[in-house]
Design a protein around this ligand. Structure first.
Ligand SMILES: [Zn+2]
Length: 334
């Protein structure tokens, strides 16, 4: 049994409270390897932003849970080396799908876990979430739950259609499950293809796809029912055109990739939304850097040569998200 506090990590409780009161959101960035982790820590340290390092089920399969846990411990030490005196870094399990998985992460030193029972019938979702909460809270680990279904593909999480969260359920759900934060469905979606072209309109000037707006009415209803309660948005990549263009220019093919416009995420950040998940954008920045470097330098075969470019693209992306979209820069507790 390893407690997250011994690793220098923090849970989400205090940072969410401050984020809601301050009208900004904490970035939750997924990581699968060293370059992503370095980029997240460098960007967070440079901008003085609290940050959530997320590990999905797919990341655990790809990189090994034990290794990722030690990397997060290393991340805290690395952050200090970068001059970040009291790092506010959360290690969070993204989309836990069973009690056993959540327990295993709590036991390994994660400071926060998500139990995603959103595909279960309502009562079963409550029961499963409560079971995880009862265990996690013994160790002061915070728990994120989900109500409503997001469309899209994220590792093993696949849903054809989205179902908005029903605001009339959120009070009952949060009280009976005891969760610390709630992921809701208001039209965000997993992956780099968040919407089918027929769901979008076309910008007459650029010809680019414009996605349907987020359901702010649902968000505001939820806020009214649960004043001050931390709300989470998944699937909130914006799919920056510059990276899609670079990927396509250098041999890739991502037709009709479309994300959530950043203005809408900026607006959501000012509400009770206090955690915004971004994964696909980092994948795009990474891939753009690798493709570009290898295309321009066919003689390169040292992973550091393209890894460095990819990492720099991700650092720029994370800083931009923190500073221009979520507003979590300069928000470290004294
Ligand atoms: Zn998600």
């Amino acid at each position: 049994m390893v407690n997250f506090k011994d690793l220098g990590l923090v849970n989400t409780r205090e940072m969410f409270k401050k984020a809601i009161n301050g009208g900004y959101a904490i970035p939750a960035f997924n990581f699968n390897n060293m370059e992503q982790m370095q980029a997240i820590i460098i960007a967070s340290a440079n901008t003085k932003s609290p940050v959530i390092l997320q590990v999905s089920k797919g990341a655990r399969q790809y990189a090994n849970q034990t290794l990722l846990r030690y990397m997060a411990e290393g991340a805290v030490a690395y952050a200090k080396e970068l001059g970040w005196e009291h790092p506010q870094i959360v290690l969070h399990l993204d989309h836990g799908d069973s009690f056993e998985l959540c327990k295993s992460c709590v036991d390994m030193g994660f400071s926060s876990v998500m139990i995603d029972g959103s595909s279960l019938p309502y009562e079963e979702n409550i029961a499963l979430t409560k079971k995880v909460v009862d265990y996690a809270h013994k160790y002061d680990v915070t728990v994120e739950a989900e109500l409503g279904v997001l469309a899209g593909v994220e590792d093993d999480v696949v849903a054809e259609e989205s179902h908005y969260t029903k605001p009339e359920e959120v009070i009952d759900f949060s009280q009976r499950s005891g969760c610390d934060s709630l992921a809701i469905s208001i039209g965000t979606s997993h992956g780099a293809y968040k919407f089918k072209p027929e769901q979008c309109t076309r910008d007459p000037k650029t010809g680019k796809l414009v996605p349907p707006p987020l359901a702010f009415d649902v968000l505001h209803e939820v806020e009214k029912k649960l004043p001050g309660f931390p709300i989470v948005l998944h699937g909130s990549s914006s799919v920056p055109q510059e990276y899609v263009d670079l990927i396509d220019k250098y041999g890739g093919n991502l037709p009709n990739a479309v994300g959530i416009p950043e203005e809408q995420l900026r607006e959501a950040s000012k509400s009770a939304v206090c955690k915004i998940n971004i994964d696909s954008d980092s994948r795009l920045a990474y891939t753009a850097g690798v493709r570009e470097t290898l295309a321009l330098h066919p003689d390169y075969f040292d992973p550091r040569q393209y890894g460095k470019v990819a990492r720099n693209y991700m650092i720029d992306l994370y800083k931009h998200k923190i500073t221009d979209v979520l507003g979590s820069d300069n928000k470290l507790a004294k």
